[in-house]
Design a protein around this ligand. Structure first.
Ligand code: TXA
Ligand code: MG
Length: 325
C-alpha cells in the first residue's frame, strides 16, 4: 500500500520521538533517524549492523536548509546543488554543529543530499530537520529498492516503513567531496560523471572503481549471499557452464551481447540494453538469484560510462573478497 499523507505525518512524528523510519528515495530505500539525535542515530547503526565509524548521509527537504547542517558551503557546492537537487547527488561538506557527531562517524565533514522522491520530500518537509539515513539493508548486503525488501531484511528493527513503490534510479547517489581544492567523486552513482563534468566545465577525478577506499566502503559491499564472479561479456556463457559442471547452482546475468544464446544454468536474467533499466533492476536481480538458491552469480561489467560506471562499481564490490574468506 503506497504511503498516504497521514502515514507520512505519523512517520514525521516517529522521527521526532527518536524512532526509525524507512522511506523511499529515487535511488534506494533509506533507514532514517533524526540527524540531530545521537541516540536515534545510534539505533540506525545497531539495526543495520554497521560499524559506528561509517558515516551516514543527512537528507534535507531543500537547499535552503544547507547552511543549518553544513559549516561552510563553497560556490562549487551551490552550483552542483542548484543543478542536481533534488536528485541522486550527495555532497560532502564541512560539518555543521546541528549534526550529531555519531551521524558523521566522528568526522568533521558531513554528507548531505536532497532526494527526488515525493514521499521522501514530504517526510523531510513534515519533519523539518535533517534525516540521517543509510540504505535500509543489513551492513554489506544489497540495497533495498522496494518496501518489501526493507520489511524482509530489517523486520521489527524499524518503527515505520513508508512504501513509495519501486525506486526509479536503483543504485545509490553519486558522492562528491567538495571540501578540497577540486571536487572529487568518492562513489559513482545516479548522477553520471559526464553530467557533472558538463556542468562544472572540467574533468573530475574518479577513483578506480575496483579500488575505491572511502570511509564505509569495504571490499565486499552491495553483495548478495551468492558469490559473484565477473568475466568479460564474451566469456559469461562459457564461465557459467564450467561453474555448473563443477556443481554450482549458477545464476547468470546474461549481457545484451549474448541475448538469445542458450545457457544451461539454475537461473538466468537477461540484462537490459539500457543502462538506466539495468541500474533500476540490478539489486532486484541479485536478490532474485539469492531467492532461487544460487550459490554463484556469473556476470560481466558494462562499460565505465554513464550509469554503467555505477553498475560496474557495485558489481566489482559485490565480487570483492568476503570477510569470511
Ligand atoms: O542514494 C543514497 O545515497 C542512499 C539513499 C538512502 O540516500 N544512501 C546511501 O547511504 O547509500 P549509505 O550509508 O549506504 O552510503 C553512504 C556512503 C558511505 O559509503 C559513506 O562512507 C559515505 O556515504 N559518506 C557519508 N558521509 C561521508 C563523509 N563525511 N565523507 C566521506 N564519505 C561519506
Ligand atoms: Mg549502503
Amino acid at each position: 500500500m503506497p504511503a498516504t499523507s497521514e502515514d507520512i505525518a505519523e512517520a514525521a512524528r516517529v522521527l521526532g520521538r527518536g524512532g526509525l523510519v524507512a522511506f523511499p528515495t529515487e535511488t534506494v530505500y533509506g533507514l532514517g533517524a533524526d540527524a540531530a539525535d545521537a541516540a536515534a542515530v545510534a539505533r540506525v547503526f545497531q539495526v543495520k549492523g554497521r560499524p559506528a565509524s561509517h558515516p551516514l548521509i543527512v537528507h534535507l527537504a531543500g537547499t535552503d536548509q544547507l547552511s543549518d547542517w553544513a559549516g561552510d558551503v563553497p560556490d562549487v557546492a551551490r552550483r552542483l546543488a542548484e543543478r542536481f537537487w533534488p536528485g541522486p547527488l550527495t555532497l560532502v561538506l564541512r560539518r555543521g554543529s546541528r549534526v550529531a557527531l555519531e551521524a558523521t562517524g566522528g568526522l568533521q565533514t558531513v554528507a548531505v543530499r536532497v532526494p527526488a522522491h515525493p514521499v521522501a520530500l514530504a517526510l523531510l518537509a513534515a519533519f523539518g530537520g535533517g534525516v540521517a539515513a543509510p540504505s535500509a539493508n543489513r551492513f554489506g548486503s544489497v540495497s533495498p529498492t522496494t518496501a518489501e525488501h526493507v520489511r524482509t531484511e530489517l523486520g521489527d528493527g524499524v518503527d515505520v516503513v513508508l512504501d513509495g513503490g519501486r525506486c526509479e534510479v536503483g543504485v545509490e547517489s553519486t558522492i562528491v567531496d567538495v571540501t578540497g581544492d577540486v571536487p572529487a567523486v568518492l562513489r559513482p552513482g545516479g548522477v553520471t560523471r559526464e553530467d557533472l563534468e558538463a556542468h562544472l566545465g572540467h574533468a573530475l577525478a574518479v577513483p578506480s572503481t575496483s579500488r575505491v577506499r572511502v570511509p564505509g566502503q569495504h571490499p565486499s559491499h552491495y553483495a548478495p549471499r551468492a558469490r559473484v564472479v565477473l568475466v568479460p561479456a564474451e566469456d559469461v556463457i562459457a564461465e557459467a557452464e564450467v561453474a555448473r559442471q563443477r556443481g554450482h547452482r549458477v545464476g547468470v546475468l546474461v549481457p545484451p551481447s549474448a541475448a538469445g544464446v542458450a545457457v544451461k544454468a539454475h537461473a538466468q536474467i537477461a540484462v537490459p540494453a539500457s543502462t538506466a533499466a539495468y541500474a533500476r533492476g540490478l539489486y532486484e536481480y541479485l536478490r532474485e538469484f539469492d531467492r532461487q538458491g544460487c550459490d554463484l552469480i556469473v556476470a560481466s561489467t558494462p562499460a565505465d560510462e554513464g550509469l554503467g560506471l555505477a553498475i560496474a562499481n557495485r558489481l566489482r564490490r559485490a565480487a570483492g573478497p568476503r570477510p569470511a574468506e
